[in-house]
Each structure stands twice: as structure tokens, then as C-alpha cells.
Ligand binder design. Structure first.
Ligand code: HEC
Length: 436
């Protein structure tokens, strides 16, 4: 296993956090050999937004506008779409060198009386796990951001290295979001979002009543039902009262993200949902900023007694695990240390005790990277009663959609699936196997 190249002390930390299951069977207890595997082709969507698929530039627009399914016309075309869209074209103004057009996702689902169990496997483009995430770097005087996602101009121009965690995301609809069964992710992806056409600037967003109410400075995924105009424009938000009613009526999507740097080292995935914004479930995430907004210095550094050093250097990235974890390998930052130019400390710090309540529903999710492939095993409790979750239940069918962020990228730089049905004791394209 590649992991043995990692510094022994840091490995101990990661293994402890992951419950020492890395080298043995996974903690789901499921015999995955008895669970059928579905292979989905995830493809690069470039800037094919909600607005674009409804525009005169898209030959399918009239069918899309009346709620028709993408696969009516694009069935089996994932490979063709992804390989075209990943290169420079009308929908891709900033192509990323060497990016893959498609990723094959192998997906398995099992369940018992308590939980659903997901197992996802895919090959990474790189011969290493994408577990590193941006850092702050000491330049001899100050700590400054180091490493950005590959769609960012600073990386495309070669001014910064491409550094961003790998992610595996699942969206779930229980039938409560009109159109999702047919058009999946394309309901959530809009002009105005980061890296999308007509990007909404910070000052434009801050001047908008909905975003003022949300206290947010950028546009992220949202559902058309939360907007007032036919084109579902980002700046035409309904009132918070109207949006709250949509949520109570179940008109939102589950969106959960497994993150190779910011959740996997503590054996979790984050738990969120999409409604008027991409929101986190009540109770928080397993990670937070490691940069003090006043001093611009890190809040935590590596514990030298566990990691062997207080900071890493650029040459160590991809060779040693980088996550900084409170209670395991992090101690409060000491500004009096004789920091050297080039010292790196992660921009985020993990806290296994951070998420509570609904935010902690995905607390048994583990990914292992071996021989070029991630294997993520995910335990999701059934029958959740939180107002920000889509409860999975025996006897029901759901619409799932998937995204993988591979090779140091974020926002739309992912590969995505068309929606697919998943049934628990019910007829569907993917039928969960009853175990135990
Ligand atoms: C009524 C048929 C139809 C439907 C429904 C439809 N499309 Fe299309 N779409 C087309 C045709 C035809 C093209 C042009 C293909 C070509 O040029 O090879 C196209 C092109 C595209 C392209 C650009 C590909 C390229 O070659 O540049 C994308 C992206 C796309 N469609 C996404 C979608 C999505 C997402 C949906 C569902 C929300 C959808 N389409 C629904 C017919 C359809």
C-alpha cells in the first residue's frame, strides 16, 4: 500500500482516527462481494447551466423547458459529451490541461433495518490520493495562501500550484423536487455561480436582499423553486418566508460530500442540502478555517511530538498525510517559533467533535486509496427525522445523482452523472441489497 511511504508517526494519527480499519475489512460489515455493482459514466459538464440547457443555443431546449429528461436524447452519450466538453469549446472558456472527460464510478448499495450502506470506487487521474488541500505559507514575514483549485486563473497561469482535495458527492431527491428525476444536477447549476457565466461579484451579491438574509457573499447551488422569474435567476430570490415553506413541504435536495482532506481523516462526510443556497445541516461540519482573520496567522500548527515537525514543506506534499486534526496532531499556533520561509500549514483544521446533531449523520464514512483507486464506504442511517435530511426508508425509491472532484479542482470542474433511481425494497435502476 502507498500509505506505508507516509511518515510513521503521522500514519499512526490517521490510523487511530480512522479506527484502524484501513488494512482490514471496512466497518460497514457488509460483504460487498454479494452486492451487485452498477457502473455509471460520470462526465465533465463544463458550463452547461440551467439557463444554457433552456437557451436557443441548446437544440434540446424546448423539451427541457417542458420538464423532459436529458436521457431522452442523451442516453449513453456521457462519454461523447464529457470528452467534447472538457476541451476548449463554447461551453468551456478555461479548459484545464490534461483533464479527463469521464470517470467510471462503480456504485453498490445495501441496507438493513438501521442503515443504508454505499460503496463507491473510482480511479484517480494521479498516482497519489488527492488528500492535500490549500495551505498558508510563511514567506519570511507573513503567512499567505498557497495552492488553489485548477480552474483558478493563478493556477492556469502557473503562479500557484494546483492543490485541492478529492471529493465524492451524492444528491438525493425523494420526489419532492419537481424535475429532478428527469434533469438532476442541472436544476441546481446556474449562471452567476463561481466559475460560471455572468459570475456574480461579491458586491453584487452583497447588494441582494436574499443573500443579505443568508449572510453570504457568493452564489452557490440553488433550486429554481426559490426564484421568482422563469429563468430562475440567482438575483430573483423569493422571500425567506416563502422559502421556509418550500423546505417544510420537503422541496429540497440532500447533498452530502465526502472530502479526502476535510472529512475523511476523521471518518466522516459532511451533510448538507440544496434549497435557496448550498446549505449545511444544523450542527456544523468536521472542519473550519485555520486562519485567524485578524492576524492572518494560523490558529493551529502540527504537534511536533506526533508529526515530527510543526509545518510541512512543498516537497513533502503527496508524500506525507497533510490533514491537521484537533485532539490528534494539532496544537495551538506559536508565533514565537523560528518559522522559515516556505513553511506550510493547512488552511483548514479538522475537529472530530465539531459536528453535532443533524450535521453528524455521516459519521461513519471512510475512503481508502490504493493502487490508483479510491474506495469509499458510507454508512447512512435510515429514517432520519431531521428537517434538513431526506430520510431513506424501506419500500421507497429515490433519485440519486453523483459528482466526483478529481485532480485538484472545485466548483464545476467535476464529472457528474445523469440522475438514476435507487430503491430500498422497491423496483429501481439500482436496487439496494438487503443484508443482515
Ligand atoms: C430533445 C432532445 C434533447 C434533450 C431533452 C436534451 N438535449 Fe442536450 N442536446 C441535444 C442535441 C441535439 C444537442 C446537440 C448535439 C450535437 O451537437 O452533437 C445537445 C447538446 C447538448 C450539450 C452540448 C454538447 C455539445 O456537443 O456541445 C449539452 C451539455 C447538453 N446537450 C446537455 C443536456 C442536458 C443536461 C439535458 C437535460 C437537462 C439535455 N441536454 C436535454 C438534444 C437534447
Amino acid at each position: 500500500m502507498k500509505i506505508i511511504r507516509f511518515a510513521p508517526l503521522a500514519l499512526t494519527v490517521i490510523a487511530v482516527v480512522a479506527g484502524c480499519t484501513m488494512l482490514t475489512a471496512d466497518s460497514s460489515g457488509v460483504n460487498w462481494k454479494s452486492v451487485p455493482t452498477t457502473t455509471l459514466t460520470l462526465f465533465y459538464p463544463a458550463q452547461s447551466s440551467y439557463q444554457w440547457v433552456r437557451s436557443a443555443n441548446h437544440p434540446g431546449s424546448s423539451v427541457v423547458a417542458t420538464g423532459g429528461a436529458c436521457v431522452t436524447c442523451h442516453n449513453g452519450q456521457e462519454e461523447k459529451l464529457g470528452n467534447k466538453l472538457v476541451k476548449a469549446n463554447a461551453l468551456e472558456p478555461t479548459p484545464v490541461d490534461g483533464k479527463n472527460g469521464v470517470i467510471q464510478l462503480s456504485f453498490q448499495v445495501a441496507y438493513d433495518d438501521q442503515n443504508a450502506y454505499f460503496r463507491a470506487q473510482w480511479k484517480t487521474r494521479n498516482p497519489y490520493p488527492g488528500e492535500a488541500h490549500p495551505f498558508v505559507r510563511f514567506d519570511g514575514k507573513e503567512w499567505k495562501p498557497y495552492g488553489y483549485p485548477k480552474l483558478d486563473e493563478v493556477v492556469r497561469k502557473g503562479e500557484q500550484p494546483g492543490i485541492y482535495e478529492d471529493r465524492f458527492s451524492i444528491m438525493i431527491d425523494d420526489g419532492g423536487v419537481p424535475g429532478f428525476a428527469n434533469q438532476g444536477c442541472w436544476l441546481t447549476c446556474h449562471n452567476g455561480e463561481r466559475d460560471m457565466p455572468n459570475f456574480a461579484t461579491r458586491s453584487q451579491v452583497q447588494a441582494n436582499p436574499l443573500y443579505q438574509a443568508l449572510k453570504q457573499n457568493d452564489v452557490r447551488k440553488y433550486l429554481p423553486s426559490t426564484r421568482t422569474d422563469a429563468d430562475a435567476s440567482w438575483d430573483k430570490g423569493k422571500s425567506t418566508g416563502e422559502i421556509a415553506k418550500i423546505k417544510t413541504d420537503g422541496g429540497f435536495l440532500e447533498l452530502m460530500q465526502w472530502r479526502a482532506h476535510r472529512s475523511n481523516p476523521v471518518g466522516m462526510a459532511d451533510d448538507g442540502y440544496v434549497l435557496e443556497y448550498r446549505l449545511s445541516d444544523a450542527g456544523g461540519n468536521p472542519f473550519g478555517s485555520n486562519v485567524d482573520p485578524k492576524t492572518h496567522q494560523p490558529r493551529f500548527m502540527y504537534d511536533e511530538s506526533k508529526v515530527g515537525r510543526k509545518a510541512l514543506t512543498a516537497a513533502e506534499i503527496r508524500k506525507v498525510p497533510t490533514p491537521l486534526i484537533r485532539g490528534y496532531n494539532a496544537v495551538p499556533f506559536d508565533p514565537k517559533t523560528a518559522w522559515k520561509a516556505g513553511d506550510l500549514i493547512p488552511e483548514y483544521v479538522l475537529n472530530p467533535e465539531g459536528p453535532k446533531g443533524s450535521g453528524a449523520d455521516n459519521k461513519n464514512v471512510k475512503g481508502v486509496w490504493q493502487d490508483g483507486m479510491w474506495t469509499v464506504v458510507w454508512v447512512r442511517p435510515l429514517n432520519l427525522a431531521n428537517p434538513d435530511d431526506k430520510a431513506l426508508r424501506d419500500g421507497k425509491v429515490y433519485n440519486f445523482a453523483f459528482a466526483i472532484h478529481d485532480d485538484n479542482i472545485t466548483t464545476r470542474g467535476h464529472q457528474v452523472s445523469f440522475p438514476v433511481t435507487v430503491g430500498f425494497g422497491a423496483k429501481a435502476t439500482i436496487e439496494a441489497t438487503r443484508v443482515k
